[in-house]
Ligand binder design. Structure first.
Ligand SMILES: Nc1ncnc2c1ncn2[C@@H]1O[C@H](COP(=O)(O)OP(=O)(O)OP(=O)(O)O)[C@@H](O)[C@H]1O
Ligand SMILES: [Mg+2]
Length: 284
């Protein structure tokens, strides 16, 4: 299997702190996957993402992005900016210029793109993330959700092979969340590896195909969504509860569901019940 990102024994301690934020952290993100990094507050998700794009540097261990070990020279970091893009948890840390339009163009100018191509890429991401109505508004007047979408647009415009989103649905209302997920669907379908950090177990359950469970700076478990949500133990150990649909499914009599894959959406759940109860003659 090919991997877009791998950590091998990464240790990182912030200055003047007693405990390392990442402790011998090792995991792999399969190329082309939709990966969710799950972990409670302070488990190291944001630190992991900052390491993956070279903003923070491990004190021990190594990181590989798209098959290349990370090297912290100016040239290699510039190359990394085109390969891996991070949407920060806090959009205020990410947005630099006065309007979304200017901010998105700024990153592209930074990698030496010509103005015609910049205009084209900008209009593509503005359309994809539906930023038309506020693309020329001063950023300080935008809502947090609008800022978050603007930050995402700036990263997408760079067309990275690997995109990391730190709590992408925080501050988004249900409609914006649905729009974001459908935007991510298009990006994923075009071959991009997408990694999100989230506390939202329901989102991870319906969206991700690969799961990494973090606990106090270490990887407790990694595997397919079926393995992690079906096994429960790593999630329990990390204090992370089950998604509602999984909880419902696993509370059904085992004799009924045995051998049937756990449904990941409400629609699949209904279809599964209809089929299972239909086949026992009960009907729904
Ligand atoms: N700039 C910093 N200086 C010192 N310690 C930090 C800094 N940023 C994070 N930490 C510590 O590192 C650990 C991991 O924090 P991190 O922000 O990576 O967790 P997280 O999983 O992203 O949490 P959350 O779910 O709250 O976003 C925590 O113990 C945190 O207190
Ligand atoms: Mg965080």
């Amino acid at each position: 299997m090919e991997y877009s990102l791998s950590f091998d024994g990464v240790v990182f301690r912030y200055p003047d702190t007693a405990e390392p934020a990442l402790k011998e952290l090792s995991f792999k993100v399969p190329k082309g996957s939709r990966t969710a990094v799950l972990g409670h507050n302070g488990s190291g998700k944001s630190t992991l993402f900052l390491q993956a794009v070279g903003v923070l540097r491990p004190q021990q261990g190594g990181i590989t992005v798209s098959g290349r070990p990370l090297v912290y020279s100016r040239k290699e970091l510039a190359r990394l900016r085109r390969t891996a893009g991070l949407v920060f948890q806090d959009p205020e840390q990410q947005l630099i210029l006065s309007t979304p339009q200017d901010d998105i163009s700024f990153g592209l100018r930074g990698i030496g793109m010509d103005e015609r191509e910049i205009r084209l890429r900008c209009s593509e991401v503005v359309e994809l993330l539906r930023l038309e109505e506020f693309k020329d508004k001063p950023i300080h007047q935008l809502s947090l959700g609008q800022k978050k979408r603007t930050a995402l647009a700036g990263v997408l415009a760079m067309e990275p092979e690997l995109i990391l989103l730190d709590e992408p649905t925080a501050y988004l209302d249900p409609m914006s969340e649905a729009q974001l997920l459908s935007g991510l669907e298009n990006i994923h379908a075009a071959g991009t590896t997408v990694v999100i950090a989230t506390h939202d177990m329901n989102l991870a359950y319906r969206w991700a195909d690969w799961i990494i469970v973090l606990d106090r700076g270490s990887c407790l478990a990694e595997g397919t969504a079926g393995e992690i949500f079906g096994g429960h133990t790593a999630l329990q150990e990390a204090g992370l509860g089950l998604p509602l649909l999984a909880e419902l499914w696993y509370s059904l009599p085992e004799g009924l569901t045995a051998g049937y894959p756990a449904p990941r959406t409400a629609g699949d759940f209904k279809a599964a019940l209809q089929q299972l109860l239909g086949s026992t003659g009960s009907g729904v």
